[in-house]
Design a protein around this ligand. Structure first.
Ligand code: NDP
Length: 310
C-alpha cells in the first residue's frame, strides 16, 4: 500500500479563496494540496463578467479570472487534486483528508468550499432542473434564446442574470417577493432601461407547470393582495441566495444557524490549525474581493501555525 502523503497545508475548494490561499501558502514555502471536485473557480467561473474586481477596467470574465488564478497557483508548486473531499478528521494530528481515491495528511487545513445555489421549494423542482429550471444564466441562457423566462430573486445575482438573459431571451420577468430590488444600485438603472425586462413585485412562485417534461409556466401569488396569475415561460432562473458546502464536515467545526463556518476576519476556526476562507465563512459581504482577502489571511495564519508546529 502506498504511504499517506503529508502536506504542510491542505486547501479544500478552489474558488478565489482557495486558490489565493494555496498561492500564498506555496509562496511562503509550504507544500500545498488544493482539492477541487469540479473545475477551478467555483461560482466565480460561472459569472459572465465581473465588474467589481479591481484591476480590470472593462471587467473580466469569471472563467478567465479562474483560469489565471489556477495557473498562478500552479506556477508556485501548488498540487491540484481534482477529487471531492468526502471526509476530514480534524481531531487527528496531522489532520486527515479523504477523497474516494486517496487519503492525505496535512498539518494545517484551509476550508474554502464556498456555497451552492439555494433551491426553490416546489414539489417538481428536481424533475424540472435541467428541463427549464436553472441556477446559472450564463451557462444555460442560450437554451432559451428567443423565449420567455423568469428570474426569481432580488439580489445582485438575480439582477445580473436578468441583464444577461435580456440579450438572448424574448422577455425576462423578475419575480421578487418585495417591492424594490435589494441589488446594488447600479443594476437598477440598467434594468429599468431594458425594454424586454419586466417585474412582478411582491410576488412568489407557488407552482411550476410542466408540459412534456419541460417547464411551461408558473403560477405566482402577490403576497400583498393575494392575487394569483399564470405566466408562461420556458425557463426559470433561480437566484435566491446560496447554501454553504459544509456537509462533509459532519460536525467537525462550529457552524452558524445558516450552516456557515464560524471564524473571524483572521479566518481561524475554534480548531487550532484549521481555517475557513471565502463564501463558506460566516460574514456579511460575499464577493471575489472578500474571498481573495480571506484566502491571503488564512494562508498567512496557516503558515504561522505550521512554523510553530514543525
Ligand atoms: P442574496 O442573498 O443577496 O439575494 C437572494 C435574493 O433571493 C434576495 O432578494 C432574497 O429576498 C431572495 N430569496 C431568498 N430566499 C428566497 C425564497 N425562498 N423565495 C424567494 N426569494 C428568496 O444572494 P445573491 O446570490 O444575489 O448574492 C450573493 C452575494 O454575491 C451577495 O453578497 C452579492 O452582493 C454577491 N454578488 C455580487 C455580484 C456583483 O457585485 N456583481 C453579482 C452576484 C452576486 P429578500 O431580499 O427578501 O431576502
Amino acid at each position: 500500500m502506498s504511504e499517506t502523503k503529508l502536506y504542510d497545508v491542505a486547501v479544500i475548494g478552489s474558488g478565489p479563496a482557495g486558490m489565493t490561499a494555496a498561492l500564498y501558502a506555496a509562496r511562503a514555502g509550504l507544500s500545498v494540496a488544493l482539492f477541487e471536485r469540479m473545475m477551478p473557480g467555483g461560482q466565480m467561473a460561472e459569472t459572465e463578467k465581473i465588474e467589481n474586481y479591481p484591476g480590470f477596467p472593462e471587467g473580466v470574465s469569471g472563467y478567465d479570472l479562474a483560469l489565471s488564478m489556477s495557473q498562478q497557483a500552479a506556477r508556485f508548486g501548488v498540487e491540484e487534486v481534482a477529487e471531492e473531499v468526502e471526509r476530514i478528521d480534524l481531531s487527528a494530528e496531522p489532520r486527515v483528508i479523504a477523497t474516494p481515491y486517496r487519503t492525505v495528511e496535512a498539518k494545517a487545513v484551509i476550508v474554502a468550499t464556498g456555497a451552492r445555489p439555494r433551491k426553490m421549494d416546489l414539489p417538481n423542482n428536481a424533475e424540472l432542473e435541467g428541463h427549464g429550471i436553472s441556477y446559472c444564466a450564463t451557462c444555460d441562457g442560450n437554451f432559451f434564446r428567443g423565449k420567455k423566462v423568469v428570474v426569481i430573486g432580488g439580489g445582485d445575482t438575480a439582477a445580473a442574470d436578468a441583464i444577461y438573459l435580456s440579450r438572448v431571451c424574448e422577455e425576462v420577468t423578475i419575480i421578487y417577493r418585495r417591492s424594490q430590488l435589494r441589488a446594488t444600485r447600479v443594476y437598477h438603472d440598467v434594468l429599468e432601461g431594458l425594454a424586454n425586462v419586466r417585474f412582478e413585485w411582491d410576488s412568489v412562485v407557488e407552482e411550476a407547470y410542466a408540459y412534456d417534461g419541460k417547464l411551461s409556466g408558473v403560477r405566482i401569488r402577490n403576497v400583498q393582495t393575494g392575487e394569483q396569475k399564470e405566466l408562461s415561460c420556458a425557463g426559470m432562473f433561480v437566484a435566491i441566495g446560496t447554501v454553504p458546502n459544509t456537509e462533509f464536515l459532519a460536525g467537525a467545526l462550529p457552524l452558524d444557524e445558516g450552516g456557515y463556518i464560524v471564524a473571524g476576519e483572521g479566518c481561524a476556526t475554534s480548531v487550532p490549525g484549521v481555517f475557513a476562507a471565502g463564501d463558506v465563512r460566516a460574514k456579511s459581504l460575499r464577493q471575489v474581493a472578500t474571498a481573495v482577502a480571506d484566502g491571503a489571511n488564512a494562508a498567512e495564519a496557516a503558515a504561522e501555525y505550521v512554523a510553530e508546529h514543525r
